[in-house]
Design a protein around this ligand. Sequence first.
Ligand code: MRU
Length: 351
Amino acid sequence: MDNVKLSNDKRKVIILNQTKLPNTEEYLTVEKAEDMFDAIYYLKVRGAPAIGIFAAYSIYCLSQTISEQNYDGFLGRFVEYAEYLNSSRPTAVNLSWALERMKWVVLNNKNHSINEIVDLLEAEAEKIQEEDINTCYNISKYGLTLVKDGDGILTHCNAGPLATSRYGTALGPVFLGKEQGIHFHVFVDETRPLLQGARLTAYELMQADIDATLICDNMAGMVMKNGWVQACFVGCDRIAANGDTANKIGTSSVAVLAKYYGIPFYVMGPTSTIDMDCPTGAEIEIELRDGGEITADYYEKPMAPGGIKCYNPAFDVTDHELITGIVTEHGICRAPYTKSLFEIMKKESRI
Ligand code: MRU
């Protein structure tokens, strides 16, 4: 199933509403800038690569609504829309990365008509999505070399096809392995407070008939101690130049536990998630979200006393020293990450 796609008339974006899974498969059609902003903010579309793909299609649709037909007027409105969409969530760099790519199309084609620029924007958005499919396939291929048939893999949050297009990143090796007759047992952290593991990862794995066990986040240490986990695979939202990695809140606790129990901890992500302008994790902006996500959402009634103070960071940063390897579409980076990430980004021609 496509989690992000253009409508037939190419003026709207259709998404699988991830907030309704696993109980309802609801597709939403979004057309207005505010609805696009909300779709990202409320995690109807989520996962770093999927957010980037959605933003690219969204800005393409919005560019068709810009009435100014002179270049400067068009560019001005385009940038306003791009900045607005970009302000919906701060941590996943893929959002600004995709919008920047789309902006470059406008900047590099100043001598074309507005209609031609809009057509080029459509092509670029499609390219971003197509590239993501290949990227995820390659990450899956490299990831598969890190584990063997029968291994237990622990994952946190959701970095599967729903968060990307096809395969996913952290779940990619598991899906690719299944195609090749290599089987794993996946331990799925439920991932409080928004339950991406319980709702989305468990759903994806069950749909693909992959052996999976759901655990609460605080059970990860127990399954590691029991010897059931041979590797941890997680996704990422922003990787700093030194390898420090922002991912869903709770990821860094998994990495600390993995280190204690001597289990390799791998981060899987496309080079579009590497931010060479961000020297260390300390510079990564961490999204803070409403406390109601902890106390009330996904419960029939609030399960904490009204008025309790809440601290609800959506992501945390895993120190590069806890990361065994960073798996990209161009290969596996190992410490020292400052050097290996630089080399991989040279292949990508982004530095
Ligand atoms: O808040 P979310 O659900 O968008 O957070 C998603 C994650 O943390 C994923 O692990 C990450 O985006 C990688 S998705 C391939």
